[in-house]
Design a protein around this ligand. Structure first.
Ligand SMILES: [Zn+2]
Ligand SMILES: [Zn+2]
Length: 168
């Protein structure tokens, strides 16, 4: 979804994105539709892009490897600035070129790609450690049993079978 700056009215543009066609499927799998609310406002020579995102996604737990649903809840604000070619051709050649201080994204043309901004927020919003629960136990390194379901006897040395503990 590309929005040209001259399509943004003086009092701003507000809308919701409730389909998930923009979600980077190679990164996350959605669990049901999310809701994103977006506002675009012109301010001086810039466009302020603000939004909120709630997106339930399926992740695999780093510890027990089970998949679980995690809801991305993001609030974000990005400032777009359009650099006319003759000014800063070098800077604008990269689509995303972030300044170190502000979240300013320099554009080579006065067009905001809404979906790519949303996709970017998914990358930024994913937790570094993906855990199904803070209390998640690991898989046993000896026998591989999921210790959330059933303790094993490896550490106790009893060597008992846990076949009865497995859950489908
Ligand atoms: Zn887990
Ligand atoms: Zn074990």
């Amino acid at each position: 979804m590309r929005i040209r700056w001259d399509e943004i009215p003086a009092d701003g543009l507000f809308f919701s994105v409730d389909d998930d066609s923009w979600v980077p499927g190679n990164v996350v799998v959605c669990q049901g539709p999310g809701v994103c609310r977006v506002s675009l406002k012109k301010e001086g020579g810039r466009v302020l892009f603000a939004g909120t995102m709630r997106l339930p996604v399926v992740l695999d737990c780093d510890r027990c490897l089970e998949s679980f649903v995690y809801t991305l809840a993001e609030e974000f604000e990005v400032v777009f600035e359009w650099l006319a070619k003759e000014e800063e051709a070098g800077l604008a050649s990269e689509y995303f070129c972030k300044s170190s201080e502000l979240d300013v994204v320099y554009l080579a043309e006065p067009v905001v790609d809404v979906f790519s901004v949303l996709a970017q927020q998914v990358y930024l919003g994913l937790p570094e450690k993906k855990l199904c629960s803070d209390k998640c136990l690991w898989l046993c390194s000896e026998c591989g049993v999921n210790l959330n379901y059933c303790p094993c006897d490896c550490s106790s040395g009893a060597g008992a079978s846990h076949s009865m503990c497995w859950q489908s």
